[in-house]
Design a binder for this molecule. Sequence first.
Ligand code: UT7
Length: 319
Amino acid sequence: MIYSRIIGSGSYLPRNVVTNGDLARRMDTSDEWIRSRTGIRQRHIAEAGETSSSLALEASKAAIASAGIGARDIDLIILATSTPDYIFPSTACLLQAKLGIKGCPAFDLQAVCSGFVYALATADLFIRSGQHRCALVVGAEVFSRILDWNDRGTCVLFGDGAGAVILRADAKPGIMASALHADGSHAGVLSVPGNVRGGNVTGDPFLRMDGPAVFKFAVRVLDEVARETLAKCGRQVENIDWLIPHQANLRILEATAKRLDLPPEKLIVTVDTHGNTSAASVPLALDVALRDGRIKRGHHVMLQGVGGGFTWGAVLVEM
Ligand code: UT7
């Protein structure tokens, strides 16, 4: 049997840190409101010259170094983003060129905040089929570019960043099970409903969201999909060493752990310092906890995404 294992990880955050206090000086909000409703204290915002591919490049270089491989060993690139540099070519192709490699397939995957979990599950299938042996899987976003900075209900929630892992074929798992879902009937609840037509922006180019509706949906499906993924590989909630849900809101994370009967100490939390970085949030949190030594070899980590679409999913990984 061929399985896939995570053999390295990396992440990158723009240097520009924007605190809740900074936002409160610009708009009608407060540190107290943002922290009590979301747990967020600050977020990183990309400078004008930074793009998803430039953030992805830094995260990928760190992942390649931590895996102890060379960029030429990569034979598949999947990049999850909803904020690509261009309509086309894909950000994955731009990243491939920036890494100085060519030839291997490279494509973007768009599943909004579930993007990294979708990309990881997809790369696992490519590797388990025997088609590819060493995948670079990235989540990279510059959500600050699609926020309406006059809408205090959304703009305080998000940040920019990128995270990446190297997934390599191995005789042992690795990725133990995954489950992916979507329900497009909720498209209007969380969307950027604009586009470009005839050289002009048509519709609304900013992120719009019914926050409370997303909140309720997220807590329910994160619980369900964790249990579904565990059942697929015959594991129990007690086997989870670390839970890394999409980092949208501390209250969603805590409610998910509670529904699963997991102690809050098993949650990896980065939403407080990163904000919601959409497809980048899960690999960013994974990299933080691998580097600070909390996640060790042999630990079972449940990665979970939920977001626009709606999309949701989970991957259970033995590190
Ligand atoms: O990645 C997936 C995408 N998004 C999410 O996961 C977000 C999920 N939802 C949430 O995290 C929460 O629903 C929010 C943080 C967005 C909102 O929290 P809430 O407790 O559901 O608050 P609310 O939307 O019910 O708003 C309550 C009040 C409103 O005032 P009134 O009408 O009660 O007087 C808002 O106008 O809070 C007001 N408000 C703010 N006040 C200060 C909304 N945004 C702000 C703000 N500062 N930034």
